[in-house]
Design a protein around this ligand. Structure first.
Ligand code: ZN
Ligand code: ZN
Length: 490
């Protein structure tokens, strides 16, 4: 038995409660104590030094393999001009063995407002194959060495999008040894713990890849300090059933991204004439979603623009809404939702799995969304408050590696949405990352709350998120998973 003491404990209504200690037995919360700690002389006592203890935070959508792999890559997010990009790449070229992954490149933050050219990349990175990825993952550039190895590129353009972007990224992630794959997941687990999470939903493979990663991660799941909820990212229903997966999909794409002008809109972009791309036909999605549903598989589909969200929601509307809720089918990202669409989502029973950090990074009247879509449409995005008021249960995530896997940042972003109508209260935001995300995995009876009988998954922070807080200063001090301490801040 373990007694966690000297801390504030977050029960479903907040920290205003008389609980002074938590008794853990066999991985579960045995009881909440109000004083009376002395009556348990045999329990191992753990002093939490006045910290704030939450149910283990859960992130409902990550790309943990890529994130783990890129952890060792070159992060370009702080660059403000191409010279800074070149300096980082040429340093990496000196130490890397064969490949360099550079990521989080955003040309809007670069003085020159463009990608580097292939020639420039060849000059700074002559010895290694280089893939430089845009921050949203929907476009990339390769140096000549890498362009020679990636097979089947269709376009002669230097900046690769669509199928060519997928080909390039798949090449990067192919031919990894089991050790490299598992190391990437270990790196992801470390990042998750530091960010305050005990569990993350993670997208595995993609529509073209086999199930090697899924089987491997499941086989070695006992070795990781956090829990991974696995999503086979595939259109192959028989394969998902053979894997005994409970779900199918993830970032399987109904459309692309706003950054790459490939998110599918009902009316044109503000800064470009097109309306983006629907990647599949209505009948494709209707058939795929009905097939997965008939096999009791939870479905998740990436949809960003209102036309893509509508297309996927229409496929859900063809099903029984009660069954859609029971299986917890997902609209992943679900960024642009004008009122009529929001009402149709409430009617279908689908669950938006959204990313509060997107508003923090791209929201506001002079932000990236407003530039791409105009101010009026930018106010109809990432509608946490409106969905919640409409009785729709929303789930939350970072989409890591796209944004940081950091609970303080995600809670801050949801609580301080640039549009006051879309803000969540601290209690609502915490519920999203605990109870709601547990519900998404149909595990709301097992974890996601500090209550007797629940798994002792706990995130211990130095910050009270129910009061105003500085997310940059907030730190995870300890993480417990099934009662075992798996993280301590140094
Ligand atoms: Zn994703
Ligand atoms: Zn996505």
């Amino acid at each position: 038995m373990k007694l966690l003491r000297n801390a504030h404990f977050y029960l479903s209504n907040g920290f205003e409660n008389p609980v002074t200690a938590l008794l853990i037995d066999q991985g579960r919360i045995a009881s909440l104590l109000e004083g009376k700690e002395d009556t348990l002389p045999d329990a191992e006592r753990v002093d939490l030094h006045g910290a704030w203890v939450y149910p283990g935070f859960i992130d409902a959508h990550t790309h943990s393999f890529s994130g783990g792999l890129y952890q060792n890559g070159v992060d370009l997010s702080a660059c403000t001009c191409l010279d800074e990009v070149f300096t980082l790449l040429s340093e990496a070229d000196k130490s890397a063995r064969d490949r360099i992954f550079a990521w989080r490149f955003a040309e809007e933050n670069i003085r020159e407002k463009r990608f580097p050219t292939v020639n420039e990349l060849d000059r700074v990175c002559p010895r290694n194959q280089l893939l430089l990825r845009r921050i949203d993952g929907h476009s990339c550039v390769l140096n000549s060495y890498a362009r020679r190895v990636v097979r089947g590129l269709q376009s002669v353009e230097e900046v690769l999008t669509g199928v060519d972007n997928d080909l390039a990224v798949n090449w990067l992630q192919e031919n990894c040894t089991a050790r490299t794959i598992l190391n990437a997941y270990h790196a992801a687990a470390k990042t998750a713990l530091k960010g305050g999470f005990t569990r993350v939903h993670t997208m595995v493979g993609d529509a073209q890849q086999d199930n090697q990663h899924f089987r491997l991660v499941r086989q070695y799941s006992y070795k990781f300090p956090i829990s991974f909820e696995l999503y086979p990212q595939s259109f192959n229903i028989p394969d998902a059933l053979a894997l005994q997966a409970r779900r199918i999909g993830g970032c399987i794409l109904a459309d692309g991204s706003l950054g790459s002008h490939t998110a599918a809109l009902s009316s044109p972009y503000q800064d470009s004439p097109g309306v983006g791309n629907l990647y599949q036909s209505d009948s494709f999605w209707n058939e795929f979603i009905a097939g997965a549903h008939a096999n009791q598989l939870q479905v998740g589909v990436h949809c960003i623009g209102d036309a893509a969200i509508d297309q996927i929601n229409n496929a859900y509307l063809r099903l029984d809404p009660q069954e859609v809720r029971t299986l917890r089918h997902q609209l992943i990202h679900c960024e642009l939702t004008p009122d009529p669409l929001l009402e149709r989502i409430a009617a279908s029973g689908a669950t938006p799995v959204m990313q509060p950090n997107f508003d923090l990074l791209w929201g506001g009247d002079s932000g990236f969304y407003a530039h791409r879509l105009g101010v009026e449409r930018s106010r109809q995005m990432n509608r946490w408050g409106s969905f919640t008021r409409a009785g729709v249960r929303v789930c939350g995530s970072s989409d890591w590696y796209i944004t940081e896997l950091n609970i303080a940042m995600s809670l801050h972003a949801a609580i301080n949405h640039h549009n006051p109508d879309e803000r969540l209260t601290p209690a609502e935001a915490i519920r999203v990352y605990t109870e709601n995300n547990a519900w998404l995995a149909r595990a709301e009876d097992r974890y996601g709350r500090i209550a007797p009988g629940f798994e002792a998954d706990l995130s211990v922070m130095d910050t009270d998120f129910t009061q105003s807080f500085d997310y940059i200063q907030a730190r995870t001090t300890a993480v417990f998973r099934s009662g075992e301490q798996v993280y301590a801040s140094t």
